[in-house]
Design a protein. Structure first.
Length: 86
């Protein structure tokens, strides 16, 4: 559960910006779209994710949703491959 919580916290800022508009005018501060952030929180808190408890279908849906949002933001996996894993 702790890993999921950390992944969720790390992903929220990513879900609030697009790859093209992440920073305004050369600023180092990301643009945060509060309406998108609120929508993402409502989605993750919905009954569709069944509480997001570890080792449940709700957790699998949540992780899949977060991965999808990261991919939509243009993020790529990092690190070296070792035995097919990063």
């Amino acid at each position: 559960m702790k890993q999921l919580f950390v992944a969720l916290l790390c992903s929220l800022p990513i879900t609030t910006m697009s790859a093209d508009t992440a920073y305004a005018g050369g600023s180092t501060e990301p643009i945060v779209e509060t309406s998108r952030l609120a929508t993402d929180i409502k989605v993750l808190a919905s009954d569709a994710f069944e509480g997001r408890a570890p080792a449940t279908p709700g957790e699998e849906r949540t992780v899949g949703w977060i991965i999808g949002r990261m991919m939509a933001a243009g993020l790529q996996p990092g690190g070296d491959l070792r035995d097919g894993k990063r």
